[in-house]
Design a protein around this ligand. Structure first.
Ligand SMILES: [Zn+2]
Length: 326
């Protein structure tokens, strides 16, 4: 039984035993009440829904093989394309899925490994225009080393959407520095079925970033300055929580977020109706550090999180359902 299968089966068993309900009953005593059971896991995606598979949910520093191993953070969207890809998540790709595109958030090695992308047979990679020359050199070297064809490298401009596989992917500014001071790290808004009068699915996938940048929130439509923006709620939210609860004063705060930060952003978005998820759909945290969640197990992390936060795990498949009302 591979690990992904094992995790899925494990989750089903937990759900069957009603433990999930108990976890949320525990959590609901904290801030909001009545979250109820999770409704977006272990279900089949309808044609308007968006399927996301978490290949990895860890920050750099995890060594797979421990009690609760996490790989480098990476997702597979609709079985079609990847956001970030490293050697650590290769075993999590479903056997029958061959993604041809990767969107990169930034060039840190726990997100970006050109050689692995080339070996995977990826045909197109999308990354910020701010480091495109360096990326070209990296991919050229990877292609020469492996003897595999070099993918097309597509420069992304902030807030300029790309259409792919029936989805609209908009790169937004993240608050996250690399050693290349010109590099702009990206987070992504991924939309499916969004029209003037229908929200569809509007997923904000935010890693790596310290908080959400003002211009990103404005572009995504979740800025709460009513006079300045055209408000547009998101319907799904995945955000990094490098730091767990109780680590709000960690020095990584300039570049990363804590569970408290994700919780505060979530509560504000709910209060201002900028986050309109289907009932029973949590906000998922990802990019969890090994040490800054106090090496807690998946269950222990979930128990300590305020509603509606929930820790993603490697191999978790989530179906974000389309939302009608705009
Ligand atoms: Zn990083």
């Amino acid at each position: 039984m591979n690990r992904r299968h094992f995790l899925k089966t494990g989750t089903l068993a937990v759900m069957a035993s009603g433990l999930v309900n108990k976890l949320f009953a525990f959590n609901s005593s904290q801030k909001q009440t009545g979250f109820g059971p999770v409704t977006c896991e272990n279900i089949k995606a309808g044609k308007d829904d968006m399927k996301v598979l978490f290949l990895g949910t860890g920050a750099a520093g995890w060594k797979p093989g421990g009690n609760s191993p996490r790989r480098n953070s990476s997702i597979l969207v609709e079985d079609k394309f990847l956001i970030d890809f490293t050697i650590s998540v290769e075993d999590m790709l479903p056997k029958n899925v061959h993604p041809k595109e990767i969107f990169y958030t930034h060039s840190h090695a726990d997100h970006y490994q050109p050689e692995r992308a080339v070996l995977l047979g990826v045909e197109k990679v999308f990354l910020s225009e701010t480091w495109i020359e360096r990326a070209r050199e990296n991919f050229k070297a990877a292609s020469e080393k492996t003897g595999k064809p070099m993918p097309e490298i597509v420069p992304l401009k902030l807030n300029v959407p790309v259409k792919l596989h029936g989805l609209t992917i908009t790169p937004l500014a993240a608050n996250h520095a690399t050693n290349d001071y010109n590099e702009q790290t990206l987070i992504y808004l991924i939309e499916k079925g969004t029209t003037e009068d229908k929200l569809g699915v509007r997923l904000l996938y935010a890693t790596d970033t310290g908080g959400i940048m003002g211009r990103a929130s404005r572009s995504a439509g979740i800025d709460t300055h009513k006079s300045l923006t055209t408000p547009r709620a998101i319907t799904a939210f995945v955000m990094e929580s490098t730091m767990g609860m109780g680590h709000d004063e960690d020095y990584r705060m300039f570049n990363h977020s804590s569970s408290e930060v994700v919780s505060r952003i979530t509560n504000m978005l709910i209060k201002t109706q900028r986050y309109l998820p289907p009932k029973g759909q949590p906000v998922y945290i990802t990019h969890m550090s090994n040490s800054l969640h106090d090496r807690k197990s998946q269950e222990e992390i979930n128990q300590g999180l305020p509603v509606p936060l929930r820790a993603a795990y490697d191999g978790l498949e989530v179906v974000f359902k389309a939302v009608e009302n705009a």
